[in-house]
Design a protein around this ligand. Structure first.
Ligand SMILES: [Zn+2]
Ligand SMILES: [Zn+2]
Length: 349
């Protein structure tokens, strides 16, 4: 844990009289389309059922980029970041699911109402009154974060702090998308970034055949995909070399939907895994004909997380990460925006 910065209380007139207020540092978004700004805040205290976590590392997800760029709109000002790994340093009233000092992960789904029709029907990912980490409640681009303990996950020991972060969203929501592909044997991944590089390892371990469609000409991503066991890798402007049973679109590019529909066989499914996508251009009905389907994946449930972390206990998944200091959050976001990364960018306070 990083030691809390000690700020002298103004009334102490600069003299140390045992009156010190601990504070935290965060990278805050004031307005979409502007850079994140480093801010010092008083250390928050966890409320009922909440825990205060000292952030060890926080991954950057494409959704953070959508928040910062204003493609989607949550609360403002906000501290982004929902792939958080850290250690519990304070327990709120009634909390105690994890001992103080335990390493936990905080995902995108930060809180649900527990009583709406969706919550009651095991579909809390669609809750009517949800809170999302780094979107409607402050996230992990910070030294500290407060989380509802019921939505935290224990992290398998074999992952280091930095390498565990992409599991919390790229891995977890990617896994929900993979599950929607059902028994599909040959799967196409459109966009080969943080999510696809984890899912490729899981899908190949499940003895599925993965075809990786990258940005045209991105031979580095194609080599990376092959290295991770993909049966084929090429540009998304190329037709699939064989019919796919299902396709998962990770890239926020609407034009990939008709392309993926043309690549799937009769009865095949195209799954859109992102929270935001550019408009989908018109396409002929014959591309959807023969019971092909298109669906989206929204958020996650705690059950998804439990299933995902149990599964990867058995699979030798490795994550590829590029660490940046917390204060370089804007540079890291820019590298993601411009496709200058293989794997995932991670902020380390
Ligand atoms: Zn609900
Ligand atoms: Zn995410």
């Amino acid at each position: 844990m990083k030691a809390a910065r000690i700020t002298l209380c103004p009334v102490a007139n600069g003299e140390i009289r045992g009156f010190a207020m601990p504070s935290m540092t965060a990278m805050q978004l004031d307005r979409p389309g502007t850079p994140l700004r480093p801010v010092e805040r008083d250390m928050p205290h966890p409320g009922k059922g909440e825990v205060l976590i000292a952030v060890a590392a926080c991954g950057i997800c494409r959704t953070d980029l959508h928040v910062v760029d204003g493609d989607i709109h949550g609360s403002l000002p906000i501290v982004p970041g929902h792939e958080i790994v850290g250690r519990i340093v304070e327990q709120g009233k009634g909390a105690g699911r994890f001992a103080t000092g335990t390493r936990v992960g905080v995902p995108w789904l930060g809180h649900t109402c527990g009583h709406c029709a969706w919550c009651r029907d095991h579909a809390e990912n669609l809750c009517d009154e949800p809170q999302f980490t780094g979107f409607t409640r402050d996230g992990g681009f910070a030294t500290h974060v407060v989380a509802d303990e019921r939505f935290c996950f224990a992290i398998p020991d074999r992952f280091g702090d930095v390498e565990a972060t992409p599991l919390l969203c790229a891995g977890l929501i990617g896994y929900r998308a993979l599950r929607m592909a059902g028994k599909a044997q040959r799967i196409g991944f459109y966009g080969f970034g943080a999510a696809a590089h984890i899912l490729a390892q899981i899908a190949t371990w499940q003895r599925r055949e993965v075809f990786a469609f990258t940005s045209p000409g991105d031979t580095a991503a194609q080599d990376f995909a092959r290295m991770l066991g993909c049966a084929w890798a090429g540009g998304s402007d190329k037709p699939s070399p064989a019919p796919l049973d299902a396709a998962i679109i990770f890239a926020p590019v609407g034009a990939l939907v008709p392309a993926a529909l043309r690549a799937v066989r009769k009865g095949g499914t195209v799954i859109c895994a992102g929270i935001h996508m550019s408009d989908i251009s018109a396409f002929p009905y014959r591309d959807l004909w023969e019971e092909r389907s298109i669906r989206s994946v929204a958020n996650l449930t705690r059950a998804d997380g439990d299933e995902f972390f149990a599964l990867i206990a058995d699979i030798p998944v490795r994550t590829s990460t590029t660490p940046y200091p917390l204060v370089k959050a804007n540079e890291a976001l820019d590298d993601l925006r411009n496709g200058r990364l293989n794997g995932a960018a991670v902020l380390v306070p």
